[in-house]
Design a protein around this ligand. Sequence first.
Ligand SMILES: [Zn+2]
Length: 127
Amino acid sequence: MAVLITKKFRFESAHWLPGMPDGHKCRRLHGHSFEMEVNVLGETNPETGLLMDFGDIKKVVKPYVEMLDHYCINEIGEERDDDLLRNPSSENLAQWFFEQLQDKLPGLFSIIIHETCTSRCEYRPKF
Ligand SMILES: [Zn+2]
């Protein structure tokens, strides 16, 4: 039986979007209470009744959330020489998390980044 499970994470970070035109509000330094959903797809193990322990997802994802929480993400991008984090839109953040996690979370299906209550982006390599 195929199932899709979701673990949510929250982090508070500052960012600015250097690719936006002069005068655009997103080009100014500002912050978000980001919410992230990590979606994992697979088969339920008939013995455990689980696809994966939510605690195991948390262990894998938490270090990456802590890397960004209460930091200016653009500065982390400079320190790590990482172009996705140098321009930390929701689109680029979702891709960045996916790329960090894909080898560590078998069945990783997609990453959703909520930038505000009404705006989100889903990164899924195989649409
Ligand atoms: Zn923003």
